[in-house]
Design a protein around this ligand. Structure first.
Ligand code: DX5
Ligand code: ZN
Length: 217
């Protein structure tokens, strides 16, 4: 599978949102983290900022909803024109209904798993999703260390997808850098979120290219 590079704008200079998106225009999608200070102990932004990212029309927008009650809020992100909307398995009351609603509204549906959440209980639901997000840090903040034990979960997730015969992306998010991306790709990830690796690099565009080269096995 061709690697998808998804820079997270969490720690970018969001006062210049359009400029930051242009900086990473060589990437495949822009990963936008929505946090509500309930599901995670941090607060970012909501629909208006995500809509601004869509309107900027630089890259397709991948919304990562780290929020409680995604059943109520996630469809609006699909309606806003996000290319993909990922909600967390731990937060959704009715994940099947919600995934179907997101797809009906024209976005790809993603299922997010915190580090302590296993893929096994969701293996039967794979057909409802276009992407499984294996968090490789505890969600909430950028700049954390990649959790090596998550490679095993990436492997098991990729194996479950292969067994199902479906075409589903495995996204990794957290601590993805030049040091970790090859191992994640080898384990079966094909979609790589990188926040600080890209936006703290001297040359963000070059960093995107470097990550892509390392991920393309
Ligand atoms: C963390 C967010 C990530 C974050 C990743 O909860 O979901 O998308 O921006 O940042 P890095 O790449 O710095 O770990
Ligand atoms: Zn994220």
């Amino acid at each position: 599978m061709k690697p998808t590079i998804s820079p997270s704008i969490l720690n970018s200079d969001i006062g210049d949102l359009r400029g930051q998106l242009r900086l990473i225009s060589g990437a495949d999608v822009a990963h936008v983290d929505v946090m509500d200070n309930h599901f995670v102990p941090n607060l970012t932004w909501g629909l208006p900022v995500v809509e601004a990212c869509v309107r900027a029309d630089v890259l397709p927008v991948d919304a990562h909803l780290m929020i409680e009650d995604p059943d109520r809020w996630a469809p609006a992100y699909a309606e806003a024109g996000c290319a993909s909307v990922t909600f967390h398995a731990e937060a959704a009351a009715a994940p099947i209904r919600l995934a179907r609603e997101i797809r009906r509204l024209g976005a790809r549906a993603g299922l997010g798993l915190r580090p302590a959440t296993d893929i096994a209980p969701y293996a039967g639901l794979l057909g409802e999703f276009d992407m499984i997000l294996v968090m490789t840090v505890e969600p909430g903040f950028g700049g954390q260390r990649f959790l090596e034990p998550m490679l095993e979960k990436v492997r098991r997730t990729r194996a479950a997808i292969s067994a199902s015969g479906l075409q589903i992306s495995v996204q990794v998010d957290g601590g993805v850098s030049r040091e970790t991306i090859e191992r994640a790709a080898e384990a079966g990830a094909d979609n790589f979120v990188a926040g600080s690796a890209v936006f703290r690099a001297e040359d963000a565009a070059a960093e995107v290219d470097a990550l892509r080269a390392l991920a393309g096995r």
